[in-house]
Design a protein around this ligand. Structure first.
Ligand SMILES: Nc1ncnc2c1ncn2[C@@H]1O[C@H](COP(=O)(O)OP(=O)(O)O)[C@@H](O)[C@H]1O
Ligand SMILES: [Mg+2]
Length: 369
């Protein structure tokens, strides 16, 4: 598995200078509201993606009065040790270092430190837009299929060019043909990768959900973004008139989605909040389980406020599941007691107390419980 062995955070939100040596298994990060728990998860996410999960802008993440925030970490994947460094500045620049060399692409970071977040935004898998579910799906496809990124980039470019032509009205057919061909090829390729990933994910999700809750009758299905009976080529041809009228491409891989239903009704309209949390956690955990089956290493889980929405029984089930995943996990909570009973005297659990941006390992509670 990918294990973050050490992390140094500078000027990230209220974390001025924090150094931690986490457990390779479970890490519980506790403290009152506003102490800096989510900021620590955000810093780890920054190290794996060069982005924040809380804000699309980088400025709010940088400590007030500072010009940049920096996160360093050492990561063990299998028997390889990596030194990662990410620095983001107010002028929006981004510096990434991997083993001393500067890297241009954040996708390199993701392959060394794959991170999965579970927080209140994870409910968007049910209540959000298709884009949220596509991002979820594509995280998995990206990590399982190395040709996916290239196909995805080609489709993005073809779509942009095609839409620009549609909007300009006066189009040369030959130019439209070029981008149609590119979109059809890359779109069909993407659909193939997404479909085979989804087929692998579905049974793992069902098994995971069965371990997390006694919900039955949850169905998930994949839709590719165009008519399932027709090739993308025919679909583009049939919708050309409408595409020209509206100035954009109606059908294609950019419309793919995952449908999540409970007894044939959209899960978001029929499940309680706690049941929804079980479903979204099962999706995320299934993705991590599938990931670690195909790799020498598993992904790192960042779980913000694990106890929220879950009653004791479901909390315990989720904790048990996390330990069995053999993944490195960072969990935040306000009251550590809510989780202590799940792990008892487990020596691989480390507890950290956060207060005003200062994080201290809780050695006493480890020895005492
Ligand atoms: N850019 C920033 N600079 C300094 N402090 C910040 C910045 N952004 C947020 N904060 C402060 O950081 C603190 C920690 O926030 P957070 O990590 O969300 O707390 P919590 O422990 O509740 O998860 C909050 O008090 C917040 O006001
Ligand atoms: Mg928080």
């Amino acid at each position: 598995m990918s294990i973050l062995e050490k992390i140094c955070v500078t000027d990230t939100r209220n974390l001025v200078s924090v150094t931690l040596s986490p457990s390779s298994a479970i890490n519980i990060v506790h403290g009152v509201n506003g102490s800096g728990k989510t900021s620590l998860l955000e810093a780890i996410y920054l190290l794996g993606t060069a982005r924040s999960f809380r804000s699309s802008k980088v400025k709010p993440v940088i400590r007030q009065g500072r010009d940049d925030c920096t996160v360093f970490g050492t990561v063990l994947t299998g028997d390889k040790l990596w030194a990662l460094g990410v620095s983001r500045s107010r002028d929006n620049s981004c510096r990434i270092h991997i083993n001393g060399d500067s890297a241009r692409l954040s996708s390199k970071l993701a392959s060394v430190l794959p991170v999965q977040v579970i927080n209140s935004d994870t409910f968007r898998l049910l209540e959000g837009s298709p884009k949220d579910r596509r991002q979820f799906l594509d995280w998995g496809v990206f990590h399982m299929e190395h040709r996916f990124l290239n196909a995805w980039q080609r489709a993005q470019k073809a779509m942009k060019q095609r839409n620009a032509l549609l909007r300009h009205g006066k189009m040369a057919d030959s130019l439209l043909d070029v981008w149609n061909t590119e979109l059809i090829q890359s779109g069909e390729e993407i659909d193939g990768y997404r479909r085979s990933y989804f087929e692998a994910l579905k049974p793992v999700f069902e098994e995971t959900l069965g371990q997390l809750s006694d919900l039955t009758d949850i169905q998930i299905s994949y839709t590719r973004g165009w008519d399932k009976e027709s090739g993308l080529c025919d679909v583009l041809e049939r919708s050309l008139k409408r595409d020209i009228e509206s100035g954009y491409t109606h059908w294609g891989p950019h419309r793919a989605d995952i449908r999540i239903k409970h007894q044939s009704v959209a899960a978001v309209d029929s499940l309680s909040r706690g049941q929804q949390k079980a479903v979204v956690c099962a999706l995320k955990l299934a993705q991590g389980r599938l990931f670690s089956q195909s790799r020498m290493f598993g992904c790192v889980y960042l779980i913000d406020d694990l106890p929220s929405e879950l009653d004791r029984e479901h909390r315990l089930k989720l904790c048990r599941m996390l330990r069995n995943m053999k993944a490195q996990v960072f969990i935040t909570c306000v009251e550590p007691e809510a989780l202590a009973e799940a792990w008892g005297a487990d020596k691989s659990v480390k507890m950290f107390h956060v207060e005003h941006g200062v994080i201290v390992e809780d050695l006493l509670s480890k020895a005492g419980h």
